[in-house]
Design a protein around this ligand. Structure first.
Ligand code: NAD
Length: 481
């Protein structure tokens, strides 16, 4: 069998490709085969320091750039990503175990659209009003960049999450030091290659390495004005604690445990279609995954009898096969995590109706799984599994619906399925989640905000709200004579 070529990489700091000051290299895996596909620098705090310094130096001039200039650069980058979409399909598929068709048809068009939205939004930033609020004095509102932003990304959508971070930050006039996940840095490095001659040196930097010291180093660094993290709730708490010592602004997009509230009058086929899509997309490694179905007492049996065979039909396996709908999970650690959740649930009395580990092949695969007989306070209902596992709970009556749906620490997204518009809108009002879908799930658009309530974090991604999050508002007051 032919040996896979192992690519060697550097970090992108101050417009140049550099070796780490003192760090070694980390092996990057293809989780669908277990093979090493690349070696990437394991950065240290010295590299963070160099990148922050480069970003600070660049900020001096970048501060004078106009929204129109920044918009043009972001549009150029979007065009390049689109032109080179097949590179990213290959990278994301081989580094994350994603099906090639999913990346090509879903992630790439969305990613390019997200960036084009931020390019356009750069020119639409405004203050609410300027005028004379005290006789003899004019007040002016300015929206200014925060400065240097440390952007810390997760592994589940490496390119898309990088774009969600750098898009609004650069559009608003900040300089960025991006730290991709230590497991999936390859698309961020390819992105830097495409961006290399678009932005002035130092405006966009990529430092690779572990959460500690690189991510945490950005959070500690006095030269970083804001940190934006997409990651686990525990990481978010750690970042918020550490950021307090320099009081830097923190933007946190954290985990989720999305309820799918199915009332008895719902269209069963519609629910099955959306949970099959939303529960297993990206192997369930999605913060908005439709992972927690809560069904009315009368629809529960019908739903399961249609849902389980539908899940069993999902084509999972080799991500490079264009027919594959679900690939591997991201790493051996993640596979163990998912196995552990399902095994502990089983030991506590849950029924695994279909799915489970797929240990009979190389790589890190877990079959599309459906678990029932789980109580509201069980671990598998309360904690984010982040794998292809959907639980289905039966409601004693409608009265418990909202309490069960809201009864977790997370608050990122939820969906409600019913044919009754009043019931749907009432549920949408009461559900404590940043996004509520009605008769659908998992869909996002560039123009609308994405972000959490409760322990799913604070700050919004996408939309003009994200752009505002990356700005400071300044009041300038001038005496008229
Ligand atoms: P993670 O928290 O383990 O890592 C996220 C990033 O933080 C990585 O780059 C990591 O190196 C870095 N990091 C780790 N410890 C750090 C520290 N102490 N200081 C600074 N940085 C640190 O998360 P993950 O496993 O990569 O991603 C999965 C998580 O991300 C899930 O919980 C998922 O729900 C969440 N997520 C949320 C959204 C959203 O929009 N809310 C989107 C995607 C993923």
């Amino acid at each position: 069998m032919a040996q896979t070529a192992i690519t060697q990489h550097k970090m992108f700091i101050g417009g140049r490709w550099v070796d780490p000051v003192e760090g070694d290299a980390r092996r990057i895996l293809n989780p669908a085969t277990g093979e090493t596909i690349a070696e990437v620098p394991n950065g240290t705090e010295a590299d963070v320091d160099a990148a922050v310094q480069a970003a600070r130096d660049a900020f001096e001039e970048w501060f004078d750039s106009t929204p129109g200039e920044r918009s043009k650069m972001l549009l150029d980058l979007a065009d390049r990503i689109e032109e080179h979409a097949s590179d990213f399909v290959d990278i994301e598929s081989r580094n994350v175990g994603k099906p090639v068709t999913m990346v090509a048809d879903e992630e790439m068009p969305a990613t390019v659209d997200n960036l084009r939205f931020f390019a356009a939004a750069a020119r639409a930033l405004e203050g609410r009003a300027a005028g004379e609020y005290m006789r003899g004095y004019t007040s002016i509102l300015r929206r200014e960049p925060v400065g240097v932003v440390g952007s810390i990304a997760p592994w589940n959508y490496p390119l898309m999450m990088a774009i969600w971070k750098i898009g609004p930050a650069l559009a608003a006039g900040n300089c960025v030091v991006l730290k991709p996940s230590e497991w999936t840095p390859l698309s961020a490095l390819r992105l830097a290659e495409l961006a290399e001659d678009i932005f002035p040196p130092g405006v966009f930097n990529v430092v690779t390495g572990d959460g500690e010291p690189v991510g945490a180093g950005l959070v500690r660094h006095p030269g970083v004005n804001m940190v934006s993290l997409t990651g686990d709730v525990a990481t978010g708490k750690e970042v918020a604690r550490a950021a307090a010592s320099t009081l830097k602004r923190v933007h946190l997009e954290l985990g989720g445990k999305a309820p799918v509230l199915v009332f008895d009058d719902a269209d069963v086929s519609q629910v099955v279609e959306w949970v099959k899509t939303g529960g297993y997309f990206n192997s369930g490694q999605d913060c908005t995954a439709a992972c927690r179905v809560i069904a009315g007492p009368r629809i529960y049996d019908d739903l399961l009898s249609e849902f389980v065979p539908a899940v069993e039909q999902l084509k999972w396996g080799d991500p490079a096969d264009p027919e594959t709908e679900m690939g591997s999970v991201v790493s051996p650690e993640q596979l163990e995590r998912v196995k552990g959740f399902v095994e502990r649930a089983r030991q506590a009395g849950a029924t695994v109706l279909t799915g489970g580990p797929a240990d009979d092949r190389p790589g890190y695969f877990f079959k599309p799984t459906v678990v029932t007989d789980v109580s509201q306070d069980s671990e598998i209902v309360q904690r984010e599994v982040f794998g292809p596992v959907v639980t289905v709970q039966r409601l004693p009556s409608d009265d418990e619906a909202i309490a069960w749906a809201n009864g977790v620490d997370y608050g990122l997204s939820a969906s409600v399925f019913t044919r009754d518009i009043g019931r749907a809108l009432n549920a949408a009002r009461k559900l404590r989640f940043g996004t509520v879908w009605i008769n659908t799930h998992i869909l996002l658009v560039s123009e609308m905000p994405h972000g959490g309530f409760k322990q799913s974090g604070y700050g919004k991604d996408l939309s003009l709200y994200a752009l505002e999050d990356y700005t400071e508002i300044k009041h300038v007051m001038a005496a008229l004579d």
